[in-house]
Design a protein around this ligand. Structure first.
Ligand SMILES: Nc1ncnc2c1ncn2[C@@H]1O[C@H](COP(=O)(O)OP(=O)(O)O)[C@@H](O)[C@H]1O
Ligand SMILES: [Mg+2]
Length: 405
């Protein structure tokens, strides 16, 4: 089985998927923009061949260079797990006459307005929304949708340029900040808790499912620097409060024509229990979510994803043993990390539950918390009991403090 894997080395977790593919017996033809000589040996050992392209994000160029490179070699799959490459993979599949999701299907997982239209058409609950390209269109949409509303880029990520707008005056202020965004979605603001619904699918049916809760919702976490964003995978997916969201998630997969591979959906749970669609991608969640899922069940989804897409089988146990929490920290002050307070105490008290501690060490420059949820590092911990996991996560959020200058 020959598999082309786009962006096989970056972001770093793509190296894990490459490993997974090799471990289930695939010959991996990696594509990336790094020179072959710069690839780590740990990755190279899993590659059958590698093509360096000058610009990964230049879809037409990647399609033509990969096609030329593959001439005379029959490949079976073209795959990508990085959001910005999923459409390129679909274009290549189409060009090479391979099965798998078409460019039009994948578009439904990329274009936030199109996805909502398709999901809505299937009778599922989405925020009322409209695609807007001009200031006049935004004002008209706001009139129709009402306040509060959300204004966000059609092809956004990480809550960038995403705003809650409470009234007409705020709308004008927000418009001034969004002049560089050419196409937006203007939508009804949904108040409630925010969750993920993640799957590994075979033929559009989840072979694996996960739900995680965002604490607080990502938009709040990205608006306030003092917040330590927490995400917790939910061990007990049978509980009543999640069922509407899980059912919504499965139906969304059908509505969008999901094929094989990872999906990462976000949904809201309103106080009255109604589940509302947020967005979905046909790729894994970022910011260590796959590691969190692995810690939830002591499994290796990097490899099981590979088995699912290559052999259409999923062999890992799906029993959930833990709630796994990740706590992202942001230092106070600018510049380089100077000290971490409270870490030693926390580890002495609760270290037995901690599975990863990756806080940036003193001397390291701070990361841009607006650009990466990873912020200045994270702690991951797990416990079989939800409330205990929650309490431990918020103890870490409150009592561990990082400083920079
Ligand atoms: N209609 C909405 N109602 C309430 N909050 C929203 C809405 N749309 C987006 N948000 C908030 O903004 C965040 C980012 O929006 P999202 O559509 O997930 O884009 P992305 O994650 O790609 O930046 C969401 O996680 C949520 O917290
Ligand atoms: Mg999102």
């Amino acid at each position: 089985m020959k598999v082309v894997f786009l962006a096989c080395s970056y972001p770093p977790e793509m190296q894990q998927y490459t490993r997974g593919l090799a471990e289930v017996g695939a010959e991996v033809y990696g594509v990336g923009d790094q020179p072959a000589a710069a690839l780590p040996a740990s990755l190279k050992q899993h590659l059958t061949d590698y093509l360096q392209v000058p610009r990964l994000l230049d879809e037409a160029d990647v399609v033509s260079k990969v096609t030329a490179w593959l001439r005379g070699r029959e490949v079976d799959r073209v795959l990508a797990n990085w959001e910005v490459m999923v459409e390129t993979a679909a274009r290549l599949r189409e060009k090479l006459g391979l099965g798998g999701m078409s460019p039009d299907t994948v578009r439904g997982f990329r274009d936030k307005q199109l996805m909502k239209e398709r999901v809505q058409k299937a009778g599922l609950r989405t925020p009322r929304s409209q695609r807007v390209r001009t200031v006049a269109e935004v004002r008209a949409a706001a009139e129709k949708i009402g306040y509060p509303l959300v204004l966000k880029p059609i092809s956004g990520a990480g809550s960038a340029d995403t705003y809650r707008v409470n009234d007409a005056k705020e709308l004008e202020q927000t418009l001034a900040k969004m002049q560089h965004v050419s196409e937006c979605s203007c939508e009804e603001f949904i108040s409630g808790e925010e969750f993920t619904f993640d799957t590994v699918c075979i033929g559009g049916k989840p072979a694996y499912m996960n739900v995680a809760q965002y604490l607080p919702p990502p938009l709040v976490a990205r608006s306030e620097e003092w917040v330590s964003p927490v995400i917790i995978t939910v061990r007990d997916m049978e509980q009543a409060k999640l069922q509407a969201g899980i059912t919504l998630g499965k139906n969304v997969l059908g509505a969008l024509g999901m094929g094989d591979g990872f999906t990462h959906m976000e949904w809201f749970r309103k106080p009255d229990g109604e589940a509302v669609f947020g967005e979905i991608g046909c790729r894994p969640g970022g910011a260590c979510l796959v590691d969190q899922m692995n810690y939830t069940g002591d499994i290796d989804l990097f490899r099981e994803w590979a088995r699912a897409v290559v052999h259409h089988r999923f062999e890992a146990p799906t029993a959930r043993k833990y709630n796994a929490a990740i706590i992202f920290k942001r230092a106070k002050g600018r510049g380089r990390i100077t000290r971490i307070d409270g870490l030693g105490e926390f580890m002495r008290a609760y270290g037995q539950h901690v599975v990863e501690e990756r806080l940036l060490r003193p001397g390291t420059p701070r990361r841009d918390w607006k650009k990466t949820l990873l912020s200045d590092g994270h702690i991951m911990l797990r416990h079989p009991d939800w409330q205990t996991t929650y309490d431990l996560a918020f103890a870490a959020a409150r009592h561990i403090q990082m400083y920079a200058e």
